[in-house]
Ligand binder design. Structure first.
Ligand code: ATP
Ligand code: MG
Length: 581
């Protein structure tokens, strides 16, 4: 078995890694650490976490995992979780992102209760920390160029070399650092570096850069600063400034932990926090890096960050995902240190499970075929009673108008049906959902030989109210009344990428080469039952036999636009049933 199949198998395991914590309920490894710390009264029994996005893009489903962990753990242990923007890189950041991130965290169902912070609010304090490091002889101004610094860094197998500027006196460093701040030097001419160990096996400890000169307008501090702190420095110290007890982050920061600890140790900060790393969420058929998502947006390969095919929270929301389904998905995948790839079918399964309980059923015909009931009076309309949600009796019933001319789905009729086709065909009887049995008597075609309408006779005695059908009918079809139904546009989605791992650029192919050219199909001539005419953007329905749909904000007066959120076919359930997980 090769590594990828093994990985696949792991990813299909719906039961996350669990660790027994004493005889209490099973806890994941992070919760076990926090529980132990509580027991030992570490941090005075206090639990404080933070969700620390950089405002350089929209949040994606991977961030949802981090949010559920950070806010979830704080909530469960009676602690607090801050929302902190780690906004140390002004050239990539924007208020648009700051706002969308807040909206998305709220939408997901979490609240920072007023504890909204920005690393940029700490710029002055961070500067003071840097000055303190210089005074302690633990930081120096380096005047090598960026290329030279890279050259000196060494490799995993070769130790680095010390900069000729490494032994400047504290006085000289202080003076230069002040002048860096005062804007006396060009961008890139000097940096402030920590003085740690150029021979360290951990490259992060080889005198990492703390500050660089960058004349860029910051979305909050404007032009007040021309030097900006580096992420590791700002992140570690922002955590201690906020009194964060458990600084939970993803595995790629594991090698940064010694540096994180070094800052807190050397600066003798008042409040020390413990960094704990977990495996980031990877989903098959999906790219998750903000840089790549931004590229799709900027190149117009999707309609925007909230394109319903995007794995962003705003994209998933527009697609019709519920916050509950995303939280339940995050719960299912659990928290572990082992890297894996989760099957996107599990996300869709969580969604179906939730929508099945809450989405009102409706009748809609995507590709209409006119069906005329010749023995039904022309001026008559009957009212059929339909169940709104078989999973929820309190959702009640609604009325569907039934008349002589209806629309059914084109694909529900075949003039020459193959053996296994049980739907409508000449001479064949089917049940119309919540209505009568009809028997096809005639097919009308245009000049080109295309079927334009079919004729039927109905059995007036067949209205049972029960859709189980009669011995004569092997299928039940959905339909709408031609004159009563209203037009709609429907957007059907497929995966955005056609391969499981689009970021595997092994064959020299860029991830964009794997975009699925058929990921969006727009059908403009749909008909929906009249009761939906006033549906509002964001409302969700199950169109019987077709899937779950959500009203898109592109809807205009007279034409509702629906996104298909997900089909009814549950690939995950199949995987689990077949025992292949
Ligand atoms: P990306 O790598 O997608 O560009 P990022 O890590 O740069 O994202 P940040 O804004 O730094 O994005 O992320 C904020 C928090 O979300 C961090 O704590 C990060 O570890 C976490 N996070 C980001 N991506 C994932 C993921 N795929 N799974 C779990 N947590 C994630
Ligand atoms: Mg990051």
């Amino acid at each position: 078995m090769d590594a990828s199949t093994k990985n696949d198998k792991n990813s299909r395991n719906p039961e996350p890694d669990r660790m027994e914590a004493g005889n209490a309920a099973a806890l994941d490894f992070i919760r076990a650490i926090v529980a132990e710390d509580m027991k030992n009264n570490k941090n005075g029994g206090r639990v404080a976490t933070r969700f620390p996005p950089e405002p350089n893009g929209y949040l994606h489903i991977g961030h949802a995992k981090a949010i559920c962990i950070d806010f979830g753990i704080a909530g469960e242990f009676g602690g607090a979780c801050n929302l902190r923007f780690d906004d140390t890189n002004p050239t990539k950041e924007d208020v648009e992102y700051v706002e969308s991130i807040q909206e998305d965290v709220h939408w997901l169902g979490f609240d920072w209760e007023g504890r909204l912070y920005f690393a940029s609010d700490y710029f002055e304090r961070l500067y003071e920390y840097a000055v303190k490091l210089i005074r302690l002889g633990k930081a120096y101004v380096d005047s090598l160029s960026a290329d030279e610094i890279r050259d000196h860094r060494g490799t995993l197998t070769l130790p680095g070399r010390e900069s000729p500027y490494r032994n400047r006196s504290a006085e000289e460093n202080l003076e230069l650092f002040k002048r860096m701040r005062a804007g006396e030097f060009e961008d890139g001419t000097h940096v402030l570096r920590a003085k740690i160990d150029m021979a360290s096996p951990n490259l992060n400890m080889r005198d990492p850069t703390l500050y660089r000169i960058r004349r860029a307008t910051h979305h909050r501090t404007g032009d007040a600063w021309c030097i900006y702190p580096m992420y590791d420095f700002a992140h570690s110290l922002s955590d201690s400034i906020e009194g964060i007890t458990h600084s939970i982050c993803t595995l790629e920061f594991e090698d940064h932990r010694p540096l994180y600890d070094w800052f807190q140790e050397v600066l003798q900060v008042e409040s020390r926090s413990q960094q704990i790393e977990f495996a980031r969420l990877n989903l098959n058929y999906t790219v998750m890096s903000k840089r790549k998502l931004l590229e799709l947006v900027q190149k117009g390969l999707v309609s925007g960050w909230d394109d319903p095919r995007m794995p962003t929270l705003c994209g998933l929301r527009r697609r019709g995902y519920t916050p509950e389904s995303i939280r339940s998905f995050c719960d299912r995948i659990g928290v572990a240190k082992r890297d894996n790839v989760v099957d996107v079918a599990l996300l869709e399964h969580s969604l179906r499970e939730d929508l099945n309980l809450r989405a009102q059923r409706a009748m809609s015909v995507l590709r209409p075929l006119r069906l005329v009931i010749d023995n039904f009076p022309e001026d008559r309309t009957e009212e059929m009673q339909a169940v709104n949600n078989p999973e929820d009796a309190s959702a009640g019933t609604r009325i569907l108008p039934f008349s002589r001319e209806l629309f059914i789905e084109q694909e529900d009729f075949l003039e020459n049906p193959p053996k296994k086709f049980f739907r409508l065909a000449p001479g064949r009887t089917v049940r119309l959902r919540y209505a009568y049995l009809v028997t096809c008597t005639d097919v009308v075609k245009n000049d080109k030989g295309e079927i334009v309408e079919i004729h039927c006779l109905y059995d007036p005695e067949s209205l049972t109210g029960d859709c189980a059908g009669s011995p004569k009918a092997k299928a039940t079809l959905h339909w709408v009344s031609a004159q009563h139904s209203v037009p709609a546009e429907v957007r059907l989605y497929d995966r955005l990428f056609s391969v499981e791992n689009p970021v595997d650029e092994k064959e020299g192919k860029d991830f964009k080469a794997y975009l699925n050219p058929n990921s969006l199909e727009i059908i403009r001539s749909c008909r929906i039952e009249p009761g939906l005419a006033k549906a509002k953007a964001g409302e969700r329905f199950q169109f019987e036999r077709l899937g779950y749909f959500c009203v898109d904000p592109d809807s205009r007066p007279g034409v509702l636009v629906f996104n298909r959120t997900v089909t009814l076919r549950d690939a995950w359930a199949r995987i689990v049933r077949s025992g292949s997980h």
